[in-house]
Design a protein around this ligand. Structure first.
Ligand code: RIB
Ligand code: CA
Length: 312
């Protein structure tokens, strides 16, 4: 395990790298408040074999080779996989030439690795989910005994202000709404970090310069990723500075006072073919979730920069 300080929070990151997932892994690995115990991968931005390779590439670049990475669900619980090649490229990590990962995939399934980490931990473990939430749903469905040792689930996905995969649904929710409904309904503390907040984490020219100035190999590789991510976001969404969604969910765990949230009722549209994946909040009803409403952007980029400076 990365040598985290004693009072750090044990964390499992489930992800579908993905350019922004990579920065989230780096923030989790480099932030002193987080003890990254394991990484699991899911089909999402790209097919599972790519996201499982890309997660290990991200950790290899950062010199983190002692955190197990296990592959999980290739696709959603009840639908075919739909990927986001238009943003992340066919291999899920378009842009730089990818180095060979320094370590192999863990032979366990994502569920078995999650269970082993949960059962070995001296305290409940936080799960940070950054893709379609299929792996977390499978854990809660198949291993409720181990799921009882989850401290909270913090998920990048959804939105209180319209989608990006469709006008109604954000991509992670759109890919597997059944999994999201199962997780939200589980009763385990759940925080949604949606587009309404992550769209303020804009990779401006100034941000890119600040991150690149750390001068590390990780920062240089990251700048190549941001170059590609910025171009595809502009081409597809007309967003000059692509929002770096996933590390905001990590920030919500590492520095919770930097991410404002409200307790609210959260529901997921599952059956309507047009609005499937839409996440609807209603603060007038009995709350079942926390929903992020605001990010301290300056502190966020400082935390990302400090993590990049700490990693090789
Ligand atoms: O909609 C943005 C989310 O979908 C991010 O997690 C991105 O990596 C993709 O998974
Ligand atoms: Ca993601």
């Amino acid at each position: 395990m990365t040598t985290a300080p004693r009072d750090s929070i044990p964390v499992i990151v489930d992800c579908d790298p993905g350019h922004d997932d990579v920065f989230a892994l780096w923030l989790a690995a480099g932030h002193p408040a987080i003890d990254l115990r394991a990484v699991t991968t899911v089909g999402g931005n790209a097919p599972l074999e790519f996201t499982s390779l890309n997660a290990r590439v991200a950790l290899t670049v950062a010199g983190v080779t002692d955190v197990p990475v296990a592959a999980g669900a290739p696709g959603p619980l009840a639908r075919p996989l739909r990927t986001a090649e238009w943003i992340h490229g066919k291999n899920g990590l378009g842009g730089p030439t990818l180095p060979e990962p320094a370590f192999a995939l863990d032979p366990r399934t994502a569920t078995d690795l999650m269970v082993d980490v949960l059962e070995a931990a001296a305290e409940p473990v936080t799960v940070i989910a950054l893709g379609p939430i299929t792996n977390v749903a499978v854990l809660l469905r198949d291993r409720p005994d181990a799921a009882a040792r989850v401290r909270e689930i913090v998920w990048m996905g959804g939105s209180t202000a319209g989608g990006n995969a469709t006008p109604h649904a954000e991509f992670n929710a759109w890919v597997d709404p059944e999994a999201l409904a199962l997780v939200v309904g589980s009763g385990i503390p759940f925080t949604m970090v949606g587009l309404n907040v992550t769209h303020t984490a804009l990779v401006t020219a100034d941000v890119r310069a600040r991150l690149a100035a750390t001068g590390t190999r990780t920062a240089a590789f990251g700048d190549d990723l941001l170059d590609f991510f910025g171009r595809t976001n502009e081409e597809h969404f007309g967003l000059a500075d692509g929002p770096l969604h996933d590390p905001v969910a990590v920030m919500a765990v590492a520095q919770p006072d930097a991410v404002r949230r409200v307790r609210t009722r959260l529901d997921v549209e599952v059956s309507d073919p047009v609005t499937a994946g839409a996440t609807r909040v209603d603060e007038s009803r009995e709350p079942n979730a926390l929903v992020a409403t605001e990010l301290n952007v300056e502190r966020f980029w400082d935390a990302v920069r400090e993590a990049l400076a700490k990693l090789t």
